[in-house]
Design a protein around this ligand. Structure first.
Ligand code: SAM
Length: 253
């Protein structure tokens, strides 16, 4: 491809990722629905139910993009506990994605409350977030775009309070060989073609598919989470839809 995605040198990945998400920002929400047939909504709902935030939870949603996780988090707190004291910071490297998120929140009761805020920055350096300040840290479909995943995990550990929880929702590896074959065809042929038709941008969607393939499989990622200092429960992850996506989780104890 003209971006040369297959061999992106490490020092160019951040710029490339910026460009990709600047390109897709305005179409991002609709493309998620088109490409996943709406399944990403079920995964995200399950992700928040698994986090099961209690009243007053302070969440940092990293790579929060257009605010999908933040919105679900606040809705869950309101609907489950009648809570309007939970707070979320949507943190993202890309101002275009954050802008779409801000406009979305403007149409909700959370707008102009202290329940939601937006912050631009790199997940590898959460410079303005103090140590031990967050009850929970989420990152959904974001960590595979980061250049140094180990630095992202270390920063997550630093900003969480003792007892705080790290949760990651990310595309993962399908182990069933039959499903894996079907999924390969879908992702390599269908997704870039849909990107071309719906968003007139084949290359950005080609990048997204390739970044999924390069991300470490479930157990390898659990090891990275443990290496950052987290304690994991059980096997440390839950597969969703045959492992097309997975939830990884760890506690700062
Ligand atoms: N979490 C949202 C969701 O699930 O809908 C957005 C996911 S989107 C696929 C990935 C997001 O990661 C983009 O908004 C992108 O700008 C952001 N991102 C990529 N690299 C990042 C980094 N190093 N630090 C912070 N955000 C990053």
């Amino acid at each position: 491809t003209h971006f040369g995605f297959r061999d992106v040198p490490e020092n160019m990945k951040e710029a490339l990722v910026r460009e990709v998400f600047a390109n897709v920002a305005s179409k991002y929400d609709i493309m998620n629905d088109v490409m996943s047939g709406g399944v990403h909504r079920l995964w995200k709902d399950h992700f928040i139910r698994t986090l099961a935030p209690t009243p007053g939870t302070k969440l940092l949603d990293v790579a929060g993009g257009t605010g999908d996780i933040a919105m679900r988090f606040l809705d869950f707190c309101k609907e489950t506990h009648g809570d309007n004291t939970a707070q979320v910071t949507v943190f993202d490297i890309n101002p275009n994605m954050l802008q779409v998120g801000k406009e979305r929140f403007e149409k909700t009761p959370y707008h102009s409350t202290s329940q939601v805020s937006f912050m631009e920055g790199n997940a590898e350096h959460l410079d303005h977030i103090p140590d031990n300040s967050m009850d929970a840290y989420t990152i959904a479909f974001g960590i595979r775009n980061c250049t140094h995943v180990d630095r992202v995990l270390k920063e997550a550990y630093r900003v969480l309070k003792p007892g705080g929880r790290f949760m990651c929702l990310e595309f993962s590896k399908v182990e069933n060989p039959v499903v894996s074959k079907v999924y390969d065809v879908f992702s390599f042929d269908v997704i870039p073609t849909m990107g071309q038709i719906v968003a007139n941008d084949r290359d950005s969607y080609q990048y997204l598919v390739e970044s999924i393939r390069k991300f470490p499989p479930q157990r390898e990622f659990v090891k990275m989470i443990k290496d950052a200092g987290f304690t994991v429960m059980g096997q440390g992850y839950e597969d969703l839809t045959f492992g097309v996506a997975a939830i990884h989780s760890g506690f700062k104890l």
